[in-house]
Design a protein around this ligand. Sequence first.
Ligand SMILES: CC(C)(COP(=O)(O)OP(=O)(O)OC[C@H]1O[C@@H](n2cnc3c(N)ncnc32)[C@H](O)[C@@H]1OP(=O)(O)O)[C@@H](O)C(=O)NCCC(=O)NCCS
Length: 145
Amino acid sequence: MLIRGITKADFDAIVSVMDAWWGGPSALKPEPFLFYELGHHALVAEDDGEMTGFLLGFVTDHDPRCGYVHLVGINPDCRRRGTARALYEEFARRAQQLGATSLKAITTIGNEGSVEFHRALGFAIVQDPNYAGEARARYVFSRAL
Ligand SMILES: CC(C)(COP(=O)(O)OP(=O)(O)OC[C@H]1O[C@@H](n2cnc3c(N)ncnc32)[C@H](O)[C@@H]1OP(=O)(O)O)[C@@H](O)C(=O)NCCC(=O)NCCS
């Protein structure tokens, strides 16, 4: 497995597979700014030249700095092989080099696969009932680096 920085061709591929990999239209979208403005922190996993997963994240510029993972997705045919874990480990390494002292991510209520994944990686999990606006709950994951 190779973990590397994202290219525009990767971003285009992510846009095309996103709904299929999420099992239907996702509330989260691979917004262009995530590539054009923040893409230097984004990562792709590939096996034999095929993209098997991606992580769109960035490092906040306020103090203390935080590595924020906005979107992580793995090809359904390639799950439970440690791909997302490897993407997080590389993102954490790069974020730490830039001075980040923590990692953060969120997910919607009901995404138990994401919850169990973050739990397995040692994230603390809090359910915030108004995180995304009144009565718009989210799970909030955080972990020190
Ligand atoms: C959540 C997701 C990113 C996990 O990717 P993955 O590459 O399969 O995860 P890994 O193989 O690195 O898993 C590491 C550990 O996390 C846990 N884990 C991962 N997915 C899990 C699941 N669906 N159920 C229970 N535990 C899970 C396991 O402990 C796993 O270790 P193990 O396989 O040795 O038991 C993937 O299922 C996915 O793309 N889901 C759809 C998109 C999504 O919901 N993204 C997150 C919100 S943006």
